[in-house]
Design a protein around this ligand. Structure first.
Ligand SMILES: Nc1ncnc2c1ncn2[C@@H]1O[C@H](COP(=O)(O)OP(=O)(O)O)[C@@H](O)[C@H]1O
Ligand SMILES: [Mg+2]
Length: 588
């Protein structure tokens, strides 16, 4: 069973009380004194106050911390960050300076996996209050820019559509005019052809036909678009030319009138091109008048241009209305989204704040509970000692009471040390080393304890030369915690401790195993052993495995427990193996 499968608060990043590590004699009372911790309760309360509210690196009890991946400096503090997370206050000030001050540099937030803080992109930690301010500022500006860009796109879109529609409308208008003119020309040509058939020739038909003249007249009058109407005989000789609103005139000497001149006088005046700038090339409409000649109707390009210009203006007006409405709608939508975003942000912050408070509450109550027990016991012992002294009691009783007092005091000290180790982790200082070296130090460090308990420890190297990138001191602490648990378990089961420390290569992973012959852990309890303050041992703090888990995660690894009640337990720490070519021989 892996620690992350079940334990919500088991993540442990921490290693060290500043200047007071296990290595540097953390367990001695002298350490407290050097750190001006004269009385334990004050120290504990002081540490709690200074640590937890701004504690930028403690994982929440109620939140599952992110499963660490391959260690990277950009990861959460417990995920291999090589920089010390700085107090939230400093980060907040810096964030304010960067965002509010000049407002030039953008700040991106990455979840730190911790309810009180967020990490800036460069790995710095800031408080949620600062994050809130910066997010609000950055969010609004980003939304504004996005709105402006989107608005511009919409306007461009509308303009493009307008232009395309205008082009197609112009074309259609020209086609419509040509079609209408052709229909009229065909009607007129048919009439003239009928009349000419009856009267014998085209000249007489045109000249004698008042109806035709009136018809042409009306066409020219009604339709500005018609520039001129020409009728030619089959030899191409002009029989009639009527320009604009002129009436039909029969030229003198026309063959039909017996004077033989085929040329006609132009009547009327063509409209002058004035303000129109766009000119269109429009072909004349030509319709045959039976076999007798040709009717030609010229279209006025300026008139056509004028019509198209009117169309264009209408279209621009409509596009402007549509564009304006779209922009209004967009602005409305973006204001709505912005309000929603702000609301969501504030709800998120409230939730995070509530989570943080819940976390602090759980941590504080757990620690207070753990501290109160030894304090009660100390109080009682002191009272009894007082009475003994007053009554001139026996020395052995006093000695026993003092010994109990000392043991309670050292338990308190251990508790505070472990708690600080858990809550205030030391930054991981990575170093590439052969995995087996990590195991070899354990029996050396625990030599005294091993001798005292007459324990036997075997170390097996099945790593195939695998190397790991770890902080050796922190992994050493992991192995010490596990080995001490194993020794205690065997002792509790009244057995001579037989421990086996081994290192294995498993694909891309290296496994460090600590196996014991203790009483094992019941299945129901296996889910709890990584919980903060969970302990079944007299004098236990319940923080050892939480620290182990946190360190493993800080290295991108994890911890697992396999236990058979009555037989023993195997604790496994899995760490990513170094896979580079130069990582040494023995790697597959
Ligand atoms: N090797 C083991 N064998 C049996 N029980 C174990 C072993 N390791 C841990 N445990 C159980 O897990 C609990 C939590 O361990 P830990 O976090 O190290 O706290 P502590 O050692 O202070 O009790 C122990 O109290 C014990 O019940
Ligand atoms: Mg322990």
């Amino acid at each position: 069973m892996w620690s992350s499968d079940h334990s919500q608060d088991s993540a442990s990043c921490g290693l060290n009380v500043a200047g007071c590590s296990a290595k540097s004699g953390c367990s001695s009372t002298r350490c407290w004194k050097t750190r001006k911790c004269t009385s334990l309760p004050t120290a504990v309360v002081g540490k709690m106050r200074s640590l937890i509210p701004r504690g930028s690196v403690v994982h929440p009890v109620t939140t599952v911390p992110p499963r660490c991946g391959v260690p990277s400096p950009a990861g959460p503090p417990c995920c291999g960050s090589s920089r010390a997370p700085q107090p939230a206050r400093w980060g907040a000030r810096r964030a304010r300076r960067r965002s509010g001050g000049r407002g030039r540099r953008r700040i991106r937030f990455i979840s730190s996996g911790h309810p009180t803080t967020a990490r800036l992109r460069r790995g710095r930690v800031i408080s949620f209050a600062a994050m809130k301010r910066v997010q609000k500022l950055g969010g609004s500006r980003r939304l504004l820019v996005a709105s402006a860009v989107f608005g511009l796109f919409v306007l461009f879109d509308i303009a493009l559509f307008g232009w395309l529609i205008f082009r197609s409308l112009s074309q259609r208008e020209i086609e419509r005019v040509l079609l209408e003119t052709r229909e009229e020309a065909e009607t007129l040509a048919k009439r003239i052809a009928d009349r000419a058939e009856r009267q014998g020739d085209l000249y007489t038909a045109v000249a004698g036909e008042r109806e035709t003249q009136t018809y042409i007249d009306s066409i020219l009058r009604q339709r500005d678009i018609v520039r001129q109407v020409e009728i030619r005989d089959k030899n191409g000789v002009l029989v009639l030319k009527s320009v604009n609103q002129a009436s039909i005139q029969i030229p003198e000497g026309s063959p039909g009138l017996g004077q033989g001149s085929p040329e006609l006088r132009e009547l009327g005046e063509e409209k002058k091109e004035g303000q129109w700038t766009t000119t269109y090339e429009v072909p004349d409409v030509r319709v045959p008048i039976g076999d007798l000649g040709l009717l030609e109707i010229g279209i006025s390009a300026p008139e056509l241009g004028k019509r198209i210009e009117i169309l264009r203006k209408e279209l621009i007006q409509q596009a402007a209305v549509i564009g304006g409405l779209s922009v209004l709608l967009l602005v409305g939508a973006f204001v709505g989204v912005w309000l929603l975003m702000r609301r969501a942000q504030s709800l998120e912050m409230q939730a995070a704040e509530a989570e943080r408070m819940a976390y602090i509450g759980t941590l504080a109550s757990g620690l207070a509970h753990e501290i109160r027990n030894p304090l009660n016991s100390l109080n009682l012992n002191m009272q009894m000692l007082e009475e003994e002294i007053e009554e001139g009691g026996s020395a052995p009783t006093g000695k026993r009471l003092l010994s109990i007092t000392r043991s309670e005091l050292s338990r308190l000290e251990r508790l505070v040390t472990d708690f600080l180790t858990y809550a205030k982790p030391r930054p991981v200082e990575l170093e590439e080393i052969p995995a087996v070296l990590l195991l070899e130090r354990v029996p050396e460090v625990l030599a005294g304890e091993i001798q005292k308990r007459r324990a036997r420890i075997a170390v097996h190297d099945r790593s195939q030369g695998a190397r790991v990138r770890v902080d050796p001191a922190q992994i050493n602490q992991v192995l010490l915690n596990l080995t001490q648990n194993a020794l205690a378990a065997a002792e509790e089961a009244d057995r001579t401790p037989l421990l086996e420390l081994s290192v294995h290569r498993q694909g891309a992973w290296v496994q460090l195993k600590v196996a014991d012959n203790g009483g094992g852990i019941p299945l129901a309890e296996q889910a709890k052993i990584f919980d903060l303050f969970y302990s079944t041992r007299k004098g236990g703090t319940g923080l050892g495995l939480a620290i182990v888990d946190r360190i493993a995660r800080a290295h991108g690894g994890r911890v697992a427990v396999e236990s058979t009640p009555g037989t023993g337990t195997v604790m496994t720490v899995e760490l990513p193996a170094v896979t580079t070519v130069e990582s040494g021989p023995g790697l597959s």
